[in-house]
Write a protein of this length. Structure first.
Lengths: 370, 655
C-alpha cells in the first residue's frame, strides 16, 4: 500500500531536476538566514514558499503533456486578457502598474505569461511542424510582441526582456534562420551601444531606466541613487576574495551596506561570504539545472516538448546570467531576482511551475518508451 | 513520426518532401535541432565563463582593493541637503526664507527610558508640554531610528549647557539645521503655504517620480500652497559627503564633498503690501479676495480669511493647536479663494449681459415691464427691489441690478447657451492657476445635472431652474478666484490669461531667470463694442448704481458689480438680516476693476454672511483699489467699522 502511494508520488518526478532544485534550496535558506540578519521568520516564510512551489511543481508534472498542449492557447489568451486588465484596472505602485487586485491578494499577470508564452509558441510550432515556413515565424514574433508590448507599457523592462527571450528561445529551437539571429543580435547590440554611449533616452526606456544604464557606465555619477547599489554590490563581491569571509561574517551585509540584500542583490551577500570558490560552485549547480533541462529537451519525443523544455532551460539560464551580471556590475540594474534564491514568492512559484512542465515533458518520453 | 522542418525563414525550409525521403528528412531535421542544442550549450557555457571571469577579476585580482574599500566601509555617503529657494513678492520683499539654528534631537531607538531622558534634559534646556506633545506626534509618524527634534531654535546658552553634559545623554544630539521661516506669519498663509516633515505618502509620491535619491537627507517637503506647487524648483539638488566612519558609525573625516545646489528662488506677482492691506480690511471676517492684473494674469493679492501661522507647521504642529485650527467653525485651514465654492449672486449678471449681447437676443433691444417679480411656470420669482422699477432696459439692468430683467434674459437664452458661453470664461472648470487643490466650481447645465444625480427623476433639467441661474443663484457656484479671473477676462475684452502667482524663477547657481510669460490661454471671439458696453454698464454701477455709496469720491474711474448670494432659502418670506442667524445670512460679493479705460487691477471679494454686496464687500474692494491705485492706506479700524455698518440708501437696494 505504502509502496503504491510512493510509486504514485514519484511517478511524475524527475529525480535529477528535483535533486538540483533541492540543493539550490539549501543554499537559498542558508543564505537568507545570513542576509536577513538571522531572521528566522523570513526563513520559515521562504520554506513555506518552497513547499507550496514544490507541490505546484508536482501537480503540473502530473499533467499529461497532451493536456498541457490543449491548455496552451487558453493560458495565453487568459494571460493577454489579464495584461489588458492591468492596463485598465491595474494597481499602481512605485510608478509601475503591474498588479491586479483580485480581492484576496494582488496578482502579477506578467508572471503567468512567463509560462504561457513558451507553451503557446511551442504548441503553435508543433501544430505547424509539417509545413513550417517564414510566415509562421512572423506569427510567432507577433505572439511575442503582443504581451511584451503590454508589459513594457506597465512599465517593466526587466520582465519584458526576459519574456521576449523565453519566446525567442522557442523560435530559435524551432529553426529560426541563423542569418536573422545574427542580424537581430547585431541590431540589439547596436541599439544597446547607441543607448549607452550617446545616452539617448528613447520612449520605451523610462527616465529611471536611462539613469540606471548611465549609472552602470559610471556608478559614481549617481552615488546616492542607483549607483549606490552597484558600488556596494561590487565591493561586497570583491572583498569576498577566494574563499569568502564566511557565513554570517560579511561586513558589507551586516553593516547594512547592501541594499535589497534579501531580494535582487542577495548574490552580493553570497559572493561576500562564500568567495570565488563558492561562486564557482553555485554557477556549477545552476549549470547542472540548465544541462538537465537541455537534456530533457533533447530526449523529448515531440516538437512541443522539445521546444518547451529548451526554452525553459535557456530562460532559467537568462535569469541567472542577468541577475549575477547586474550584481557584479557588468549589466545595468534591472529588477531581476536570482532564481530560486532571492526572497520573494512569485518568481519561485513561476520557476517551479516551469520545472513541472519540464518533468511532464520528461515523463511523456518515458510513457512513449513504455 | 512526422517530419520537422527546422529552417523556417531560411530558403532551405522549403525543401520538397515526399514519403520516400521522409526518414532521411527527419534525420536531417533532427540533426539541425541537435546543432541548435549544441549552440545553446556553448552559449550558456560562454556567458557563464564571462561571469566566472568577472568574479575572478573582482575576487581574485582586485580583491585587495575591494577588501580595503570594505574595511573602510567606513566609507559612508552622507547626503547634504540643499537650502530651499527663497520666496519674494513682486517688489523683492522676502516671504519665505531659511535660517540656521541649533536643535536638540533624540533618536528614540538609542534610548531606553524616553520619559526619564526628557525629564533629565528638562533640567538643562526647558522643554515645554507643547514640545513634548509635538515630539510624541513626530514619534508616532516616524521610524524609531530617525533623529527627531525635541526642541528647536536653542539659544547659545542652552547649546553650551547641553554640550557640557552631552556625555550623559547617548542618543541625544545637538544639530545645526536650516529652518524655514515665514516672516509675515499669517499674511498670505493660504498663498505661500508651508513645508512640513516628509511623511509616508510624500515618500511614496517621491518614489513614483523617481525623486527619492534627491530627498535623502531632506526632512521637509512643501505641503500646500506655492511651497507645494513649486516644490520641484524650491527643493534644490542634494549634495553628499564621502566620510570615513569608525565601527560605531561615527564620521572620522571627510574624504570628498560634492556641495548641494540650492533650490530656485521664486518671485511672485503678488504685492505683499496690497495683500496686507486687503487682509487687514477683511480681518475678523470669513471670506476671500483675489486681485488679478488683467494684462498678464498675474495675481496681485490672494486673500483667504481667516488664515493661520504657517510657521506652526514647519516642525510638526502640536496636536492641540492642530485640533483648534481644524475644528474651528471659521475653518481657518480652508483656502476659500481657491476651494470655496459660492453662488455668485448678482456678480454673475455682467457675464449674463455679455452672453446676451454676443447671442444678440431680442431682449437686449427691448424695454420690459418690471413689476418687481417674474412669473414663470406658475411660480413667482421675486425681485430684491419690492415693486420693481416699472420698466427696465438692458443698460439700466446692470446699474440697478434688476433681477426681473435677468430672470427673463436667462429664460430667453436657455441653459445650454448659458453653459456654453460661461465655460469660455472658465466657470465650472479650473483656471489652471499654479496652486494645488483648485476647485472647479459648478456650472450647471442639462448635461451636468444628468451626471450629477443618480436618481432619474432628478436628472432632468427643468426650464424653471434656468430662471434663477440668471441672477447667479440656483446650482451656480464658483470660487472667488474664478470670479476674479472672469472679471479680468471681461475687461480684457475676452483675452483670457491663465492666472499665476509666480512671476519668475531664479536659479541662484547660475543666475538664470525663467520668466513666467503671460500667455493668452484663449481669446474669446467677442465683439469689442459688446464688451465695451458691459464695461460701461459696470462703470455706471459705481457712478450711480448699487456701488455708488462705497465709491463716493474715489480718485479714479472704476467699474464693479455688487452681489448677494443666498445661503438660506426664504421660501417666499421677506429677508430681514436681523431675524436670520448670522451663519445663515447672505454672502456679500463685489467684483471690481479700475481704471475703466485701461484696467490695471481686477478683483473679486466675498464676505461670508456679510449681507448685501454693497454693505460689506464693496467697501473692502474700494479700499483695496485705493491702496493699489493711489497708495492710500485705509483709515483706522473704528472708522472702517462705521462705514461697513452704513445702510444702503433706498435708491441702491438693488442687492
Amino acid at each position: 500500500m505504502i509502496k503504491l502511494l510512493w510509486q504514485r508520488f514519484k511517478q511524475p518526478i524527475d529525480p535529477w531536476l528535483l535533486l538540483f532544485t533541492l540543493l539550490v534550496f539549501v543554499v537559498s535558506a542558508v543564505l537568507l538566514y545570513s542576509a536577513s540578519n538571522q531572521d528566522v521568520a523570513r526563513v520559515s516564510d521562504k520554506l513555506t514558499f518552497m513547499g507550496i512551489s514544490l507541490v505546484l511543481m508536482w501537480c503540473i508534472a502530473s499533467i499529461r503533456l497532451q493536456t498541457l498542449m490543449r491548455l496552451a492557447l487558453p493560458a495565453y489568451v487568459v494571460g493577454v486578457l489579464l495584461l489588458l486588465a492591468v492596463e485598465f484596472f491595474g494597481v499602481t505602485s512605485h510608478g509601475a502598474t503591474r498588479w491586479l487586485n483580485i480581492g484576496i491578494t494582488r496578482i502579477q499577470p506578467s508572471e503567468l505569461m512567463r509560462i504561457a508564452l513558451p507553451l503557446m509558441l511551442a504548441w503553435y510550432f508543433h501544430l505547424h511542424e509539417v509545413h513550417l515556413n517564414w510566415r509562421h515565424f512572423v506569427v510567432g514574433a507577433l505572439l511575442i510582441v503582443l504581451p511584451v508590448g503590454l508589459i513594457l507599457k506597465q512599465p517593466d523592462l526587466g520582465t519584458g526582456l526576459l519574456i521576449t527571450s523565453s519566446g525567442f528561445y522557442v523560435l530559435f529551437f524551432a529553426g529560426l534562420s541563423w542569418r536573422l539571429i545574427a542580424a537581430g543580435a547585431a541590431a540589439f547590440g547596436g541599439l544597446a551601444y547607441v543607448v549607452t554611449h550617446w545616452n539617448l533616452c528613447i520612449n520605451i526606456l523610462h527616465e529611471y531606466q536611462c539613469r540606471r544604464v548611465a549609472t552602470m557606465l559610471d556608478p559614481t555619477s549617481d552615488p546616492l541613487g542607483a549607483g549606490y547599489h552597484i558600488i556596494q554590490g561590487t565591493i561586497a563581491i570583491g572583498s569576498g576574495g577566494w574563499f569568502g569571509k564566511g557565513w554570517l561574517a560579511g561586513t558589507q551585509t551586516h553593516l547594512d551596506f547592501i541594499p535589497e540584500r534579501t531580494t535582487d542583490f542577495i548574490f552580493a551577500v553570497y559572493g561576500e561570504e562564500f568567495g570565488l570558490v563558492g561562486n564557482a560552485l553555485l554557477l556549477l549547480l545552476y549549470l547542472l539545472v540548465i544541462a538537465r533541462g537541455l537534456m530533457i529537451s533533447n530526449g523529448a519525443s515531440t516538437t512541443f516538448g522539445r521546444l518547451l523544455a529548451g526554452s525553459i532551460a535557456l530562460n532559467f539560464f537568462t535569469y541567472v546570467f542577468v541577475n549575477m551580471g547586474m550584481v557584479s556590475g557588468i549589466l545595468p540594474v534591472v529588477g531581476v531576482p536570482l532564481p530560486l534564491i532571492s526572497y520573494g514568492g512569485t518568481s519561485m512559484v513561476s520557476i517551479l511551475a516551469s520545472f513541472g512542465l519540464l518533468m511532464s515533458v520528461q515523463r511523456d518520453r518515458k510513457l512513449m518508451k513504455g | 513520426m512526422k517530419h520537422r522542418p527546422m529552417f523556417g525563414a531560411s530558403s532551405r525550409g522549403k525543401t520538397r518532401r515526399n514519403s520516400s525521403n521522409e526518414l532521411k528528412n527527419d534525420r536531417e531535421v533532427r540533426g539541425a535541432y541537435e546543432l541548435r542544442l549544441l549552440a545553446a550549450a556553448v552559449f550558456v557555457l560562454l556567458l557563464f565563463g564571462v561571469l566566472l571571469a568577472r568574479f575572478f577579476w573582482l575576487q581574485g585580482i582586485q580583491h585587495d582593493k575591494y577588501m580595503t574599500l570594505a574595511e573602510a566601509n567606513r566609507i559612508s555617503l552622507v547626503p547634504v541637503p540643499p537650502s530651499r529657494g527663497i520666496i519674494r513678492d513682486r517688489n523683492g520683499v522676502i516671504l519665505a526664507h531659511n535660517f540656521s539654528a541649533y536643535t536638540l534631537e533624540i533618536t528614540p531607538s538609542r534610548i531606553d527610558n524616553l520619559e526619564a531622558t526628557i525629564a533629565a534634559l528638562n533640567a538643562l534646556v526647558e522643554i515645554t508640554p507643547k514640545d513634548r506633545r509635538r515630539f510624541k506626534k513626530l514619534q508616532d509618524e516616524s521610524k524609531d531610528f530617525e533623529s527627531l527634534p525635541i526642541k528647536t531654535r536653542l539659544t547659545d546658552e542652552e547649546v553650551a549647557r547641553f554640550a557640557a553634559n552631552s556625555y550623559r545623554f547617548p542618543g541625544v544630539e545637538i544639530k545645526a539645521r536650516l529652518f524655514r521661516h515665514y516672516p509675515h506669519g499669517e499674511i498670505a498663509s493660504h498663498l505661500i503655504g508651508y513645508i512640513g516633515r516628509i511623511n509616508d505618502r510624500d515618500l511614496a509620491d517621491l518614489e513614483e517620480e523617481g525623486m527619492l535619491a534627491n530627498y535623502r537627507g531632506s526632512e521637509h517637503i512643501g505641503k500646500i500652497g506655492i511651497e507645494s506647487s513649486y516644490e520641484r524648483y524650491l527643493h534644490g539638488t542634494t549634495g553628499f559627503e564621502e566620510v570615513e566612519i569608525d565601527a560605531n558609525g561615527r564620521a572620522v573625516r571627510t574624504l570628498r564633498r560634492v556641495p548641494p545646489r540650492p533650490g530656485h528662488d521664486l518671485q511672485l506677482s503678488v504685492d505683499i503690501k496690497l495683500q496686507e492691506v486687503a487682509e487687514q480690511l477683511m480681518a475678523g471676517r470669513r471670506g476671500a479676495l483675489v486681485a488679478i492684473e488683467p494684462a498678464t494674469g498675474g495675481v496681485l493679492a490672494f486673500v483667504s480669511q481667516p488664515g493661520f501661522d504657517p510657521n506652526l507647521f514647519v516642525d510638526g504642529i502640536d496636536p492641540q493647536t492642530w485640533k483648534e485650527l481644524n475644528e474651528s467653525p471659521d475653518k481657518p485651514l480652508l483656502n476659500r479663494a481657491l476651494r470655496g465654492e459660492y453662488p455668485p449672486g448678482s456678480t454673475f449678471k455682467p457675464f449674463m449681459a455679455m452672453a446676451a449681447l454676443e447671442g444678440n437676443f431680442p431682449l437686449v433691444h427691448q424695454t420690459i415691464a418690471d413689476p418687481g417679480y417674474f412669473i414663470f411656470g406658475g411660480h413667482r420669482f421675486r425681485d430684491s427691489k419690492a415693486g420693481g422699477y416699472g420698466s427696465m432696459t438692458f443698460d439700466r439692468s446692470l446699474t440697478v441690478s434688476s433681477d426681473t430683467y435677468y430672470y427673463q434674459l436667462a429664460v430667453q437664452m436657455g441653459i445650454d447657451y448659458i453653459a456654453t458661453f460661461m465655460s469660455g470664461l472658465d466657470f465650472g472648470q479650473r483656471t489652471g492657476i499654479d496652486l494645488p487643490g483648485e476647485r472647479p466650481g459648478v456650472l450647471p447645465s442639462a448635461d451636468w445635472k444628468r451626471k450629477r444625480f443618480k436618481n432619474p427623476a432628478q436628472q432632468k433639467w427643468y426650464a424653471g431652474e434656468t430662471v434663477s441661474i440668471g441672477i447667479g443663484q440656483g446650482y451656480n457656484s464658483y470660487t472667488p478666484l474664478q470670479m476674479a479671473h472672469a472679471t479680468a477676462t471681461l475687461v480684457n475684452h475676452g483675452v483670457a490669461y491663465r492666472p499665476h502667482v509666480v512671476n519668475r524663477i531664479v536659479d541662484p547657481n547660475t543666475g538664470e531667470t525663467t520668466l513666467v510669460e503671460p500667455s493668452p490661454e484663449r481669446t474669446l471671439p467677442w465683439k469689442r463694442e459688446n464688451s465695451e458696453r458691459v464695461i460701461r454698464g459696470l462703470a455706471s454701477v459705481i457712478t450711480n448704481g448699487t456701488g455708488a455709496n462705497a465709491f463716493r469720491n474715489a480718485g479714479y474711474v472704476a467699474g464693479g458689480k455688487t452681489g448677494t448670494a443666498q445661503v438660506f432659502s426664504l421660501k417666499g418670506g421677506k429677508y430681514n438680516a436681523r431675524n436670520v442667524h448670522e451663519r445663515l445670512r447672505d454672502h456679500s460679493w463685489f467684483i471690481a476693476f479700475a481704471p475703466v479705460d485701461k484696467p490695471r487691477i481686477a478683483l473679486a471679494v466675498i464676505v461670508e454672511n456679510g449681507g448685501f454686496g454693497a454693505a460689506a464687500a464693496a467697501p473692502i474692494a474700494r479700499k483695496t483699489l485705493d491702496y493699489y491705485l493711489l497708495g492710500k492706506l485705509p483709515e483706522a479700524p473704528a472708522a472702517q467699522a462705521a462705514s461697513v455698518a452704513e445702510q444702503p440708501s433706498a435708491e441702491h437696494t438693488g442687492d
